[in-house]
Design a protein. Structure first.
Lengths: 572, 191
């Protein structure tokens, strides 16, 4: 059946009222914005939590309102919100929804109704998550990994209701993601326009597509783990709960395996890292290519690397469990598979650098963020080589070195790409241009700021400063300088925190007052810049679908009239 | 075009404009993609089942895993689901809406049988929290049952519209759930 290929408007659901157009919308662009606004809003909550944590760590004792229990709750909620509810939802639900149909030349996702349901389930999961702040006992303080038995045992903050709202919210999120993910995968496979072969797709689509496939295969593990823990919590089963003493009394549970939960959690948790990273890889490739006016170096290798990284990431999960105890041969296997991932990843980094080499580089705000990503990603990737080795990981486990590592590689790096991507596509999404000066200021404070925050953390970690501690107190092995470093990190974090106001001001102010944007302000060759209207109308392409004649990276082609050739231009 | 040819295309070189073949319907691709999701979910549960079953004894403790008995109802339900799958297959091949409706009824009957099975075990004192074997049994059958419920919902819509293409997809889905159930039943019977 080729309904999606034909120039046929029938399959589209046409909205008639304001409510069906902007609230119960089935248009992928509106859903993308709904997803993005929700994700960024809940992300701001997590950002505030991190500021509160830094206040406590930098100036212990100065804020009596932050009690040890609160601190643990902030840590747990910050982690889970940032990883799942912000990054996953924004990169796949937000950018995936907006970019896939436009970049492959489709009118919409193939299942628009399911797409709409996906957003409303996601919103529900966020509401249940936020409800955790208001239940008796507050949200869970079990750490974002939610390890049993402590997560549901007395003594952990939120062990009664906080953990329940978290688990229910995660289960709903998985349902929402599954609906969205099936849409993204099927749309890429089914709804490409005429001439758009797989290898003519922009790398953004490849990254989002591969991440969606991975999400579909990884999130069931989280779903199963959440359901089983809910059973343990409310029905008294012993999937994960061992025989133990709690508060001086033997519990009813017996024989369950906490390790089983860890395996399930990390079978989801590790691919999750790449579910966040691969869309960022794809998007940054496009930003670099467009703003350096050069075709991406090694396009085929970039695609293969994305797919290989995606496949390998399912074979490394136990490297998060070196200190949980395992057969030494397992440790050897997982350390080896972990280090092998460095190869396709390094290929990608080299190809980004070689794309920049002798390029006609325009240092606009999106490009600045893209180049900054290369810095932070190399940085976080290199500390990953340390942690991938069992013998190095064991002493560094649960220290600030780990915190610094994963914040650089999967916190800061994707967030920088997200900023770059928002600056890059904003003129198409809203038809307005943002303020360049404010954008550059936002960039420099954020980029230098994250180094000021996370570089010293590596040092703290090597000194042995443990993570998830409310206060360090006076200990023999922790020198006085650690407290100074902590205060410095906190001040830098607060400055970066406040500086994000510039981004939000810029985006909201430009929405109303920004100058009208050119339909293709960067001179990009890919399809999303070639829509008849800016912002694209319902159905995206007017009466006729575009026909694709070339790949998305024809920049600075010798002999061409302009320094880019749109994908729709026929070969002569 | 094989997937290998597609992935090795040198898209930057001038080449002939590719010829579009007919693609399978979006519904078919989406359904098969969902099989991947459900397959991972049930595989992980089976892995967890085996791990939890062997672990306690493997650690040198007394075995706490007490298998449940296998009443004849388990076999009857399996036969009902198999018959349901056959009916769907007939509907798909002969394009018979009535056979599809019969398949859906048998599917609902299977669900009723599973509920009877639950009652049977409850009455015999096999409570959810009594033993990990019981907990896994209830969890697996509940998740499988939910998939049947979802299938019945989709079947209802396909039947109401007498949409042969969606009926064929429902048949595929029923076969998938039958295979999953056979694996689960074999697991429950053999342990």
């Amino acid at each position: 059946m080729a309904t999606t290929l034909a120039d046929d408007l029938r399959p589209l659901h046409h909205p008639h009222s304001w409510v069906t157009k902007y609230v119960w919308s089935q248009d992928h662009k509106v859903i993308a914005i709904q997803y993005s606004v929700t994700a960024i809003s809940i992300g701001l909550v997590a950002l505030v939590l991190s500021a509160l944590m830094r206040l406590q760590l930098g100036f212990p004792g100065l804020f009596p309102a932050i009690q040890p229990d609160n601190y643990l709750q902030f840590v747990s909620m910050h982690g889970m919100i940032m990883v799942v509810y912000l990054l996953t939802a924004l990169l796949l639900g937000g950018f995936g929804n907006y970019l896939i149909p436009l970049m492959i030349g489709a009118r919409d996702m193939v299942f628009p109704f399911v797409n709409m349901l996906s957003f409303w389930f996601y919103l529900l999961s966020v509401i249940v998550l936020v409800a955790g702040f208001f239940v008796p006992g507050g949200p869970t303080g079990a750490g974002w990994t939610l390890y049993p038995p402590q997560a549901i045992t007395e003594g952990t903050p939120g062990h009664q209701w906080g953990i329940a709202t978290m688990l229910v919210s995660l289960a709903i999120f998985v349902a929402a993601f599954t609906m969205g993910g099936l849409n993204y995968v099927t749309t890429v496979l089914q709804a490409r326009t005429r001439g758009m072969t797989l290898m003519r797709m922009p790398l953004s689509v490849w990254g989002i597509f591969t991440a969606s496939v991975m999400g579909l295969l990884a999130f069931p593990a989280l779903f199963v783990a959440a359901i089983m823990m809910l059973f343990d919590h409310f029905a008294g089963t012993s999937f994960f709960m061992p025989t133990m003493q709690s508060m001086g009394a033997i519990t009813d549970t017996q024989g369950g395996s906490p390790l089983l939960f860890q395996h399930l959690f990390w079978f989801f948790g590790h691919p999750e890292v790449y579910i966040v990273a691969l869309p960022a890889f794809g998007i940054v490739s496009d930003l670099i290519s467009v703003h350096a006016r050069r075709n991406i170096f090694g396009y085929r290798m970039m695609v293969w690397a994305i797919v290989i990284i995606g496949a390998l990431s399912f074979l490394v999960w136990a490297h998060h469990m070196y200190v949980s105890g395992m057969n030494p041969y397992f440790g050897f296997f997982f350390a080896t598979s972990t280090l092998i991932i460095a190869i396709p990843t390094a290929i990608k980094v080299y190809n980004w650098l070689l794309t920049l080499w002798r390029g006609d580089i325009h240092l606009r705000v999106p490009m600045l963020f893209a180049i900054a990503f290369i810095f932070t990603f190399i940085h976080g990737g290199l500390s990953g080589l340390f942690l991938g080795n069992v013998s190095v990981d064991v002493p560094l486990s649960d220290t600030f070195f780990v915190v610094a590592h994963f914040h650089m590689v999967m916190g800061v790096s994707p967030v920088l790409v997200i900023f770059g991507a928002i600056y890059h596509w904003y003129p198409k999404i809203f038809g307005r241009m943002w303020n360049e000066t404010l954008g550059k200021l936002h960039f420099w404070i954020t980029f230098l700021g994250v180094y000021a925050i996370f570089l010293p953390m590596h040092y703290l970690g090597i000194l042995g400063v443990p993570r998830r501690y409310y206060a360090l107190g006076e200990t023999a092995f922790i020198p006085q300088s650690v407290h100074l470093a902590n205060a410095w990190i906190s001040i830098a974090a607060l400055i970066v925190f406040v500086a994000q106001g510039m981004f939000f001001f810029n985006m909201i102010w430009s929405l109303f007052r920004g100058p009208r944007a050119d339909p293709n302000p960067w001179g990009a060759a890919s399809l999303e810049w070639l829509t008849p209207d800016t912002p694209p109308g319902h159905g995206n392409w007017g009466p006729h679908l575009p026909v694709v004649h070339r790949w998305a990276y024809d920049y600075s082609v010798p002999g061409a009239a302009r320094d880019f050739i749109p994908q729709t231009e026929p070969r002569t | 075009m094989s997937i290998l040819t597609r992935l090795t295309e040198k898209s930057w070189e001038p080449g002939a404009q590719p010829v579009e073949r007919d693609r399978p319907s979006a519904g078919a691709v989406g359904t098969v993609a969902y099989f991947g999701v459900a397959l991972v979910m049930f595989s992980l549960l089976v892995a967890a089942y085996l791990m939890r079953m062997g672990l306690h004894g493997g650690m040198g403790h007394e075995h706490d895993w007490k298998p449940m008995p296998d009443p004849p109802l388990l076999w009857i339900n399996t036969l009902v689901l198999a018959a349901s799958s056959v009916a769907w297959e007939v509907a798909r091949r002969k394009r018979m809406v009535s056979a599809a409706a019969f398949g859906a009824v048998l599917g609902a009957l299977f669900l009723g049988g599973q509920l009877l099975l639950w009652n049977h075990y409850q009455a015999a004192g096999y409570a959810l929290s009594g033993n990990p074997a019981n907990a896994f049994f209830y969890l697996l059958t509940a998740l499988h049952g939910l998939h049947i419920v979802g299938g019945l919902f989709a079947a209802g819509r396909a039947l109401a519209a007498a949409n042969m293409r969606n009926i064929a997809l429902c048949a595929l889905y029923w076969h998938f759930l039958l295979v999953i159930w056979l694996v689960l039943a074999a697991l429950l019977l053999s342990t």
